[in-house]
Design a protein around this ligand. Structure first.
Ligand SMILES: C[S@@+](CC[C@H](N)C(=O)[O-])C[C@H]1O[C@@H](n2cnc3c(N)ncnc32)[C@H](O)[C@@H]1O
Length: 197
């Protein structure tokens, strides 16, 4: 059962990367707002190359260490700024010159796989992080958020993700959702490629 859940979330993680890959290239700016074990940070760093910038944010030191190791091993650490902080106040984290110039933001909510499950994203800070993403993205930038329903508080967080996206879009049609195909308790990938003017 656990391996099935892992496989489902990996498919949606892959879909998130595919969506972002189509819009990201060299010299671009990206944010991984939940660095975790560094898989998305590595992907973003490889996508923007040595001339781009990736901000990788995570609240816990174990995630920052794991992400650092992954990008150093891959030789892409020069383009990554690692920040141990909560993701709900980007003015304290990102360079002001990147305000409204960010090309892509990825968030993979929940807890660190293999880590302390008590340290997990929470609806209140997740809402703030999504608002920050909309503020800092360029008008046609892409935002992906992978939300998990199956853990305590996950359902509430998922609802908050949906409503926060909708606050920022001119039409509900601009919000895309891909649920897992394995039942009602699986993860959901949310994304959009634009924001209200
Ligand atoms: C599912 S993991 C992310 C996986 C990651 N994207 C990867 O590619 O390995 C979720 C991460 O969110 C982090 N997190 C929880 N609350 C946070 C917060 N307020 N700000 C930033 N990161 C947070 C956790 O520490 C955890 O590492």
């Amino acid at each position: 059962m656990e391996s099935e859940a892992k496989e489902v979330s990996m498919r949606l993680t892959q879909l998130a990367q595919d969506l972002v890959r189509a819009r990201l290239g060299s010299r671009m700016i990206a944010v991984d707002a939940t660095a975790g074990n560094g898989h998305d940070t590595l992907f973003l760093a490889q996508s923007v190359g040595p001339t781009g910038i990736v901000y990788a944010i995570d609240i816990q030191s174990a995630s920052i260490s794991a992400t650092r190791q992954r990008i150093v091993d891959a030789g892409v650490d020069k383009s990554v700024v690692l920040i141990q902080a909560s993701h709900d106040n980007w003015a304290a984290i990102l360079s002001v010159e990147h305000y409204q110039k960010v090309d892509a933001v990825m968030m993979n909510l929940g807890y660190l796989p293999g880590g302390d499950q008590a340290i997990k994203t929470k609806p209140e800070s997740t809402t703030k992080a999504i608002r920050e993403a909309f503020d800092w993205l360029k008008p046609d930038g892409i935002l992906t958020v992978l939300a998990y329903i199956g853990h305590p508080g996950g359902m509430e967080e998922c609802a908050v993700v949906r409503s926060t996206f909708l606050e920022h879009l001119s039409s509900p049609d601009q919000l895309h959702e891909q649920p897992s195909r394995t039942g009602t308790n699986g993860p959901i990938l949310f994304w959009c490629c634009c924001k209200s003017a």
